[in-house]
Design a protein around this ligand. Sequence first.
Ligand code: VG1
Ligand code: CO
Length: 541
Amino acid sequence: SAVRIIQTTPFDGQKPGTSGLRKKVKTFAQPHYLENFVQAIFDSIGEVGGKVLVLGGDGRFHNRTACQTILKMAAANGFARVMVGRGGILSTPAASCVIRKYRTFGGIILSASHNPGGPDEDFGIKYNIPAGGPAPEAVTEAIFARSKAITEYRIQDAADIDLDRLGTQQLGPMAVEVFDPVADYAALMQTLFDFDAIRAAFKAGFGMKFDAMHAVTGPYAKAILEDMLDAPAGTVMNGTPLEDFGHGHPDPNLVHAHELVEALFGPDAPDFGAASDGDGDRNMILGKNFYVTPSDSLAVLAANATLCPGYAGGLKGIARSMPTSAAPDRVAAALGIPAFETPTGWKFFGTLLDAGKATLCGEESFGTGSDHVREKDGLWAVLMWLNVLAVRKEPVADIVRAHWAKYGRNVYSRHDYEGIDSAAANGLMDHLRGLDLKGKALGAYKVAFNDDFAYTDPVDGSISTQQGIRIVFEDGSRVVFRLSGTGTEGATLRVYIEQFEPDVTKHHLDPQEALADLIKIARDVAQIEARTGRAEPTVIT
Ligand code: VG1
Ligand code: CO
């Protein structure tokens, strides 16, 4: 078979966002669109000749087609071998695991994560570096720059690979190894958690529901929870990956994971509920009639980490994204270990993990993870909770309430205004950026400072600016404003609201009530309704 060199011209807007390039399927399906971006990746990451690449995705519509194209391009660009998950399936954390385990030259992950899938919905692609994590900004900038100058791409003239047949096949001069996407990941989980204790808990009647939301974690959750840990059949709901996620929105939050939420807040609620997103890197944790915010989840896991074999030696540090609540910082202080505050997006945790400065990381957006891989990891978080619950034998709600009683509660909520006009959104951010609020009163709160968050990476010194507007009050409460970098339609404004509550008699309050004054301040100061026409957010988490 021969290599074909195809002439092409650049597309506008192939700039990776918070987590890779995400666009409508229709955009990706245009002739040369995917090819240009893939060639831009191969041109930007150094010599690829003779190297091994990992490939797979969340199984959404266009996943298989894109896999075939990328395999042929990898062959034409000189890769020696590509390891592709069977059926083109590979969760984001499993991709990170496999890249690290087999020391490959990184991998390509096909996912638009929590965004809906289908012919009229979203697709996405990102490159992960040999350490296993999302490419840092220097690399994504190089890929973007290359995408603007591209004139040709290389593709092998060859038949499609059978993605469902395990084993090695030949594609021109390159080997394609179709592998079981679950095995390596499941083996890693076994080294971190006390499977015997979890198995014993299930045997004793501990009840759980896991909602895979028709997305990629289904096969992983069935293999680990039902087959290895003996959870009853049916513990995993919606466990078969579908190209359109069953017309759902595979975002594990109180709004989109409603089937699970109804089960956990219903009359026969099991002890524990969890869900993951399209590509398996997010998690939502529920107890019987109880919702654990992602920020609290990170804090509770950090405080209980030594109950798990993989973390029995203690934690080196805890890292969280800036909009995530400071609950994990309180645990870090109590443990006498450092706490790090990074911009939004998992790529910013990579250097801290590589340098051994942090062991656990998390984001308020249902992302939790550790140094076992370089991505956030939904099922890992669920297993860590299971390990803690199996050892402590207390309800989720009691564990979290006891945590608040000890450390105080960082009352927290995020309000999203989705699909607003981009110009209005940018205008709103410019307006906030122009304010000087220091020392001023907003309602009953006095502003300590306001800024646009900038970050200097403590390991490599790289600087990232304009990472979100913070208004921080003298009592430590704050409101934060960001525009989403993962959406594909208009703009999404995210407003993060946090207040510390040391008084245990107020810990039972609904965050929307407890934060009502700050929520109003945030809306007023940003002029949200006047600028966007929206009186209320579309999603509250
Ligand atoms: C969102 C979240 C962010 C997360 C990112 C990728 O980004 O806020 O915390 O890292 O999604 O998650 P944004 O820019 O839309 O706020 V995933 O599971 O979509 O890969
Ligand atoms: Co995701």
